[in-house]
Ligand binder design. Structure first.
Ligand code: AMP
Length: 129
């Protein structure tokens, strides 16, 4: 069965898409730790990011690098944090989270962002990509 992220990539489940190329996809995390929290995903369905080949992993990071610059350009923040967790969704992904302090990366705390604001943020990041 396809993962939820494969279904998002296929357009079967809606998302706030910010960027795409032939092998990668980026969209806003639906339950963001901070406004602008973005997920970067390989289209190839694989659970553990470190089971990607070294080249696939490098290509994913290259795409994430471009997305991170778009996030930084769209969301005022000191840094864009990058994290890999992968305990919830068995489809490799990188979290990109705009932060001003270490405390801003706490996966136990979620930001409340309206659907309207999510769409605005999505458009702003997409425009910077
Ligand atoms: P983890 O697998 O632990 O790295 O966490 C998976 C992340 O995916 C969480 O931050 C979820 O909020 C996010 N997530 C799960 N389902 C969706 C969805 N349908 N759209 C966007 N983000 C999602």
């Amino acid at each position: 069965m396809a993962t939820i992220f494969s279904r998002i990539i296929a357009g079967e489940i809606p998302c706030y898409k910010v960027a795409e190329d032939d092998r990668h996809f980026a969209f806003l995390d639906i339950n963001p730790v901070q406004p602008g929290h973005t997920l970067v995903v390989p289209k190839k369905e694989i659970d553990d990011i470190f089971d990607l080949s070294a080249d696939e992993y490098a290509d994913l990071q290259r795409f994430a690098h471009k997305v991170a610059h778009a996030v930084k350009g769209a969301i005022p923040c000191r840094k864009v944090a990058e994290a890999v967790i992968g305990l919830e969704v068995p489809h490799a992904h990188i979290h990109l989270i705009p932060i001003n302090s270490e405390a801003d990366v706490d996966f136990r705390k979620k930001a409340e962002v309206s659907a309207e604001r999510m769409q605005e943020i999505c458009n702003e990041i997409a425009a910077k990509f």
